[in-house]
Design a protein around this ligand. Structure first.
Ligand SMILES: *Cc1c(COP(=O)(O)O)cnc(C)c1O
Length: 426
């Protein structure tokens, strides 16, 4: 490539990759090895002391995973990435780097259900306390900030209800509080929205969804925007204090604008251990090559399906930010101008029983708990993922008895609509 700045589609195919130096292999090889041979004792010592970059052991880093890390960081406009075993692992590693027991973080209460569980329960065991805020009332983020706050966490397009978060407004609050803004960009992907352009300091992903895109691999990613000053006020000791594990090295001082990604790798991933398999990294890389094509089609298909659903006599409401007149349509136009993604909810006039019937009657749609596959997916949260909640709790979580969630795939839109039509008719 010349000194032109490559476009998004070019980066999706080429960023981080080059022909294999020993074999000439053009596709990125799967380096299915646990460990890597040192040149000599001095080389080993410099790798272990972080004086040189290189491969030691696949729990800490792997050349296939490194291509994926560089590619996603390039697509997001960040300085560095870290691949991990799942989206949830990415969230654990990020918080482990930022928090000490007794600390707090402010999170949007409109999040992927698994993240709500993780923050409410698993994180409590580490002494990391979530304080919930409401993305429909941005000032609630400001009110939730205390001297113990170490981060703010939101989703760009929030799962499952098609909520678009006002990233610039939340980032201004995080900036005033002196803490980083973490954005889970799973549902948008960097093709539809680049949170770093709107003030995100850290981006996390479940690669499992649209980035991998084919429903075949679990993975996660952390992207360091390189924007945050970790040394101000010494509130982030992992980054600003001498590390005993590395003979007193101060990570922010040594690694500057990619210190956060390094800390996540050498203090988080190394010690907690959720490493991504290089085989999964290979499958996800293959998916990322077609991300721009897929994401545009996913969004265009979802727009057609929602425009049809809104007019259906058995449908009470459709919550999709891409629809004209939707509550989040103006925010969608600002943050996701190419399309509002493929995941949304709608309500059935027939309530719970109609939801159960619909998921039983679809033929092209798969009834399962995932999103971001080439295939169209459907779930009725009240009878599955949110079954254990009371009716009031279900409604509060956006999973009332009438709610159905769809993740629109890449099939012909006419076939997707025909399947819903026959299933809604019965
Ligand atoms: C699926 C998902 C996660 C969790 O990712 P896993 O890869 O399943 O661990 C986190 N956030 C969002 C928005 C998701 O959709």
């Amino acid at each position: 490539m010349t000194d032109r700045i490559p476009g998004f589609s070019t980066l999706a195919i080429h960023a981080g990759a080059q022909p294999d130096p020993t074999t000439g292999a053009r596709a990125t090889p799967i380096y299915q090895t646990t460990s890597f041979v040192f040149d000599d004792v001095d080389h080993a010592a410099s790798l272990f002391g972080l004086q040189a970059f290189g491969n030691i052991y696949t729990r800490i880093g792997n050349p296939t995973n490194a291509v994926l890390e560089e590619r996603i960081a390039a697509l997001e406009g960040g300085t560095a990435g870290l691949a991990v075993a799942s989206g949830h692992a990415a969230q654990v590693i990020v918080m482990h780097t930022l928090m000490t027991p007794g600390d707090e973080f402010v999170a949007s209460k409109k999040l992927y259900g698994g993240s709500i569980n993780q923050f409410n329960h698993a994180f409590k065991n580490f002494g990391w306390n979530v304080v919930w805020a409401d993305p429909d009332d941005i000032s609630s983020f400001e009110r939730a900030v205390t001297p113990k706050t170490k981060a703010v966490f939101v989703e760009s397009i929030a799962n499952p209800g098609g909520i678009i978060t006002d990233l610039e407004a939340v980032s201004a609050i995080a900036r005033r509080a002196g803490v980083p803004l973490i954005v889970d960009n799973t549902l948008a992907t960097p093709y539809l929205c680049k949170p770093i352009d709107y003030g995100a300091d850290i981006v996390v992903h479940s690669l499992t969804k649209f980035l991998g895109g084919h429903g075949n691999s679990i993975g996660g990613m952390i992207v360091d925007a390189g924007t945050f000053n970790w040394s101000r006020e010494g509130r982030y000791p992992m980054l600003s204090e001498p590390r005993p594990e590395y003979s007193g090295l101060v990570l922010h001082e040594t690694f500057g604008n990619f210190a956060f990604a390094i800390a996540c790798r050498v203090l988080g991933l190394r010690d907690i251990g959720p490493a991504l398999s290089p085989f999964n990294a290979f499958l996800i890389l293959t998916g990322v090559e077609t991300l721009p094509l897929r994401m545009q089609r996913h969004s265009d298909n979802a727009k057609q399906v929602t425009e049809w659903l809104v007019k259906h006599k058995n449908v009470a409401w459709v919550s999709y930010p891409g629809l004209a007149g939707d509550k989040y349509n103006a925010l969608a136009k600002k943050y996701c101008p190419k399309g509002a993604g493929a995941v949304f909810t709608f309500g059935l006039k027939g309530g719970y029983d109609a939801g159960v019937k619909l998921v039983s009657n679809v033929k092209l749609f798969s009834h399962l708990a995932n999103i971001g596959d080439t295939r169209s997916l459907i779930i009725h949260p009240a009878s599955t993922t949110h079954r254990q909640l009371s009716d009031a709790q279900k409604v509060q979580a956006g999973a009332g008895p009438d709610v159905v969630r769809l993740s629109i795939g890449l099939e012909d839109p006419a076939d997707i609509i025909a399947d819903l039509e026959q299933a809604l008719a019965t």
